[in-house]
Ligand binder design. Structure first.
Ligand code: SF4
Length: 340
């Protein structure tokens, strides 16, 4: 693992990176050896490097620590209930690699540790009493940093209480630490693969993150019948480019991972330098929609501040509404009438 203590031996740092090291922000520097090996060490602007090696700009205090107001929607110590039909469980604050764009900085890498058995029971009791909850996001941090024992306790408790809830397995470890998905872990997942289906939620942000090892890790879930959906974050200098996103989407779909969301970066402290202007994001979305099929097109989405919830961002093709017809602009800029 690459840490703050070892980074200077491993990488020739830029001035901005050195300044962060002298005055670090709260999110620790931790990069798995595997993810670090993907970095082109000769390129200071390498898209993998930009995601995991902090820069001075990160230490700027601006924006919000909790823009989605998760704390105010917390119903137990680890369970967030914002949307009626789904909850999110913060299973741990740990990750195998910390992403500099992490939207949950208030919690990630804070040494809170993995969820306790008591906290699991508390969350499960809440879910038993709230039948309107149909899906549970097992998130963090990274779910798969939990020990196998704790993971098994979590899955067992959940299945015994609510077999009808769809558990979303939220993880970036398939990209950052694919060796985690060994036979022992996959046997645990298989043991609890009954009732409402597990769904794997990945985060691949750049085509280079899809390589033999990460694809094999995801394939272990898919071959077990667990579908995979990808949630990318639109990041400046990483993937704010139509060609890169087109390649990413096609590569995801080719490897049986549905491109699901392309998130606008949240207004989180220390991430502004990685955030893309939303107007540029819309231009990228418009061009991407021309190049990709419906299957491969992710939904460009913003999570609105002050807990406003998710909205889909797309070009407004509907231009005029009349009594008997509406007027559209086609993706190529032509005008078409459509009867009401
Ligand atoms: S893996 Fe997820 S939780 Fe962990 S640092 Fe990255 S974005 Fe944040």
């Amino acid at each position: 693992m690459i840490t703050r203590d070892t980074i200077e031996e491993k990488l020739s740092l830029t001035e901005g990176e050195k300044k962060w090291l002298a005055n670090p922000s709260s999110l620790p520097l931790l990069v798995s050896d595997f993810f670090f090996s993907l970095i082109d060490k000769d390129d200071p602007e390498d898209p993998i490097r930009r995601q995991v090696i902090p820069q001075e700009l990160e230490s700027k205090v601006e924006d919000f620590l909790d823009p989605l107001m998760e704390v105010s929607y917390s119903v137990t110590e680890r369970l967030i209930h914002h949307y009626t039909n789904r909850c999110a469980l913060l299973t741990t604050d740990r990750c195998f690699t910390y992403c500099r764009h992490c939207f949950r900085r208030r919690f990630t890498g804070t040494s809170t540790g993995q969820i306790s058995q008591e906290q699991i029971i508390e969350a499960v009791d809440y879910l038993k009493a709230h039948k309107e909850v149909k899906e549970l996001l097992l998130t963090g941090g990274d779910l798969f940093t939990l020990s196998n024992d704790r993971l098994e306790f979590l899955f067992r408790s959940l299945r015994e209480a609510r077999e009808d809830i769809i558990p979303r397995l939220c993880t970036r470890a398939v990209a950052t630490y694919p060796e985690r998905f060994d036979d022992e872990l996959m046997a645990i997942v298989k043991r609890y693969s009954y009732g409402a289906p597990f769904v794997l939620m990945t985060q691949f942000n750049h085509p280079r993150e899809l390589n033999e090892k990460s694809i094999n890790a995801v394939s272990r879930f898919i071959d077990m019948g667990i579908p995979a959906y990808n949630q990318s974050v639109l990041l400046k200098g990483v993937n704010d480019n139509v060609d890169v996103l087109e390649e990413l989407s096609n590569k995801l779909m080719y490897n049986r991972i549905k491109p699901y969301y392309l998130f606008q970066g949240d207004q989180v402290c220390g991430t502004k330098h990685l955030r893309v202007d939303i107007v540029k994001g819309l231009e990228i979305e418009k061009e991407l929609r021309k190049r990709l099929s419906g299957l491969t097109m992710p939904q460009y989405t913003a999570d609105l501040p002050q807990g406003g919830g998710k909205v889909i961002l797309t070009e407004n093709y509907l231009k005029e509404v009349h009594e008997d017809h509406v007027v559209f602009e086609t993706p190529d800029g032509e005008i078409r009438k459509y009867p009401r």
